[in-house]
Write a protein that binds this ligand. Structure first.
Ligand SMILES: Cc1ncc(COP(=O)(O)O)c(C=O)c1O
Length: 438
């Protein structure tokens, strides 16, 4: 593609006009590196988009996809399925906390979230509690961009233009980001457990019996890596139990090793009722998500005559054989290469690298948990977001480094099998970029 003033591709979450002036294009990848059209290699500090934890073009996954696409490229997914989807459901549920024996396949995190919300409503109705319709999200939550996920989500720019079309009957807990009290925390921040009581307050306001589900990311990612205060998730679980509310963990980022465990639920030792996943399910190679549900929830749908469809929901590509083959190969890599253990082993090293930025004049906070990390920059006077964006572009062109910025927040999602030397060099490059940009 030429660097034309305009181009036909309307890119997602992109400053399209700025992009057109000097397009940032990637044409290849291998392991931890991308390549530009001129052959320059760029180090990927974000593992794709939280997706590609074992590295790009992993030979095992490439081979599985190539074989599958030449064997069964697609098959009807309603009332019929394929061997790979069945096998992947077994693999994924085998890794899940006790009592999650079923999963539903989707094609993205957004679809996983909307599927989970619909399952929650359907579950209550199937048990004769159809009055439980209210959904609770959290400020600064990100649950994708479909109508359900957008409505329970709490990132203002993602909601603003669509305000009139948000789902009714949705409330939000306050977020737990508290830079004043918790700045530069390593891992879980000390303060903020009392914010879990927001859920109790909403139960008092609406009566808990009207609330269907609460959805939270165990560690909010897109809004800026906000690890929960110790005991916060446990307290949400307690309040949900007290009022019969389902707890949904949106683990689109957290699942499959990002927190050094199969799931955030297993890392925190807090078991939700529904877990949404995507990204790491296939290492990002083919789009796919999975929604895992506790047995009691699944079983509540399994009533009525057996010839009847139990859940009127699904996608043409649910359980797509090529995606499922990628998922199976990904699970093999996770197991055989000890990927989650490798990720866990990198946590302290990653934390030290991130916190070495605490002394930089641009930096107002550093946050991390597992292999999720953020460096928050002070916004430039009168121009919020510009400093972060300039650093992103400087890294791409001058340092051959892909980093993600959300406004003035630099986010990091290292590979689960990162090489320490590469990590160290990439953070040295980030520091040079911070020094170079005003
Ligand atoms: C927690 C969470 N939920 C949902 C989504 C949406 O996933 P997708 O972009 O695949 O629709 C994301 C994407 O980053 C996410 O981080």
């Amino acid at each position: 593609m030429s660097a034309a003033a305009d181009h036909p591709y309307w890119m997602p979450f992109t400053a399209n006009r700025d992009f057109s002036r000097k397009p940032r294009i990637i044409t290849g990848a291998a392991g931890h590196w991308y390549t530009r059209p001129d052959g320059t290699r760029l180090y990927d500090t974000f593992s794709g988009l939280w997706t590609s934890g074992v590295g790009h073009c992993h030979p095992r996954i490439v081979a599985a996809v190539q074989e599958q696409v030449a064997t069964l490229d697609y098959c009807i997914t309603f009332q019929v399925t394929n061997d790979k989807a069945l096998a992947l459901a077994e693999r994924v549920t085998a890794m899940a906390p006790q009592g999650f024996s079923h999963c539903f396949f989707t094609n993205s995190g957004s679809e996983s979230v909307d599927t989970a919300l619909k399952i929650a409503l359907g579950y209550h109705r199937a048990r004769g509690e159809g009055h439980r319709t209210r959904l609770i999200g959290r400020e600064k939550g990100y649950h994708g961009v479909n109508f359900g996920g957008m409505s329970v989500g709490g990132m203002v720019p993602n909601r603003k233009a669509f305000s009139a079309a948000l789902l009714p009957g949705v409330d939000h807990l306050r977020h737990t980001l508290d830079i004043e009290r918790n700045a530069f925390s390593r891992g879980l921040p000390k303060y903020g457990i009392e914010l879990a009581e927001d859920l109790e307050r909403l139960c008092l306001l609406h009566d808990g019996s009207n609330i269907a589900a609460v959805i939270v990311e165990p560690v909010p990612g897109s809004a800026g890596i906000i690890p929960p205060p110790p005991g916060y998730l446990e307290r949400l679980r307690e309040i949900c139990d007290k009022h019969g509310i389902l707890l949904i963990f949106d683990e689109v980022i957290a699942a499959f090793g990002r927190l050094g465990e199969p799931f955030g639920a297993t890392r925190f030792g807090v078991t939700p009722d529904i877990i949404t996943t995507a990204k790491g399910l296939t290492n990002g190679v083919v789009p796919m998500g999975a929604v895992l549900v506790r047995d009691e929830i699944h079983d509540a749908f399994m009533n009525g005559p057996a010839y009847m469809i139990e859940l009127f929901h699904g996608y043409t590509y649910s359980g797509h054989p090529v995606a499922a083959a990628a998922g199976l190969a990904t699970m093999d890599v996770y197991e055989e290469e000890g990927i989650f253990e490798q990720a866990r082993g990198l946590e302290t090293f990653f934390e030290d690298l991130l916190h070495s930025f605490a002394d930089h004049p641009h930096v107002i906070d550093v946050r991390n948990f597992g292999l999720m990390g953020a460096i928050e920059l002070a916004p430039r006077e009168g121009a919020p977001g510009v400093r972060g964006f300039e650093i992103h572009k400087h890294c791409f062109w001058e340092e051959n480094l892909v980093i993600r910025n959300g406004m003035d927040l630099l986010q990091f999602s290292p590979f689960l099998n990162s090489d320490r030397d590469e990590m160290e060099k990439s953070f040295a490059a980030v520091r040079r970029a911070l020094d170079a940009v005003d």
